[in-house]
Design a protein around this ligand. Structure first.
Ligand code: AMP
Length: 302
């Protein structure tokens, strides 16, 4: 089974209380793809400029991620994002977003991606997410992520998208911004009313909430003492979450969704331990399973 993913492949400049890095590998699709590749095959759709370091391409290839849909623009400049975090690392402050090659990107989905059964529309302009969706044939499951920039600037496109997807993943601040609701429970239910079958509201170090038409689940985050850089935690979560569902490759039950949420949380917990994909690069399947087991023990009541 494999997942088609569209989103940003980026060079990030990040400052946390523990350090600063310039032009490091980032992007919603990068984190998602790398994380999902521990569970299933990934077909990536994105665009970069020819300033994008070749070693990053090698890294994605080393996980078997299919890059036929990664367009390289000659003399183009790769998408860049710059942000920082204070001691409360749940909220990033964006300093700049330079769409660069994404500004004129018109994704052409490679023929062999069109029958993808799982689709993840990682955070990017909702018009690009809709464009990609219109090119795939009959996916079994479509999930999407978004952020405050698109809620503020492209709400009508986002509302259109929500009618076409199964799972919407969003963080708590964005859920409140989207619905103008201080209560996350009300916000989650309201977003369900916009169309998706399930809504996941991520709460950073406080875990996440899953809303379904007939169900509700609340999971804590895996307790990590040293959060170094939270960038990409949401996308890494989504990679584990949707990656696990794609690996199951069946009509998912509420129970499957709960397990998938825990796999997503486990993947995110590794990602925050260092900048960029540094921790994920060293990650093994054995470590994922060990943390999943621990997570169950930490949250179990007899
Ligand atoms: P997360 O921390 O999971 O929300 O995602 C962080 C990643 O999202 C960073 O690596 C950025 O490159 C990327 N990103 C930030 N802003 C945008 C945007 N407007 N569109 C697409 N990707 C973005």
């Amino acid at each position: 089974m494999s997942i088609l993913v569209i989103g940003s492949v980026a060079l990030d400049t990040i400052e946390t209380p523990f350090g600063k890095r310039k032009d490091i590998l980032g992007g919603s699709a990068t984190y998602f793809s790398y994380s999902a590749s521990f569970f299933t095959g990934v077909n990536l759709v994105a665009v970069i400029g020819d300033d994008f370091p070749k070693k990053h391409i090698g890294l994605l290839k080393s996980r078997g991620i299919n890059l036929d849909g990664l367009k390289v623009i000659k003399n183009g400049k790769t998408f860049r994002w710059s942000g920082s975090y204070k001691y409360d690392m749940n909220e990033a402050t964006t300093h700049s977003t330079d769409l660069n090659v994404f500004e004129t990107f018109n994704p052409q989905i490679p023929e062999r991606y069109k029958n993808s059964e799982y689709v993840l529309l990682a955070n990017i302009d909702p018009d690009l997410q809709l464009n990609v969706l219109s090119q795939v044939k009959k996916p079994k499951l479509i999930a999407a992520d978004s952020m405050n920039l698109w809620i503020n600037t492209k709400k009508p496109s986002l509302m259109k998208l929500l009618k076409k997807i199964d799972i919407f993943i969003i963080n708590e601040g964005e859920a409140r911004l989207f619905t103008k609701q201080p209560s996350l429970i009300k916000a989650g239910r309201m977003i369900l009313g916009y169309g998706p079958k399930h809504v996941v509201v991520k709460k950073g170090e406080h875990g996440c909430l899953l809303f379904s038409k007939n169900g509700f689940f609340s999971a804590p985050a895996y307790p990590i003492e040293d959060i170094f850089d939270p960038t990409g935690a949401g996308d890494t979560f989504a990679g584990g979450f949707i990656g696990y569902l794609a690996k199951l490759n069946k009509t998912h039950t509420e129970h499957d969704l709960r397990k998938a949420i825990v796999y997503g949380s486990v993947m995110a917990s590794f990602n925050v331990e260092s900048f960029s994909l540094e921790r994920l690069k060293k990650l093994t399947d054995k470590e994922i399973q060990a943390r999943y087991k621990q997570f169950k023990e930490f949250t179990h009541i007899k």
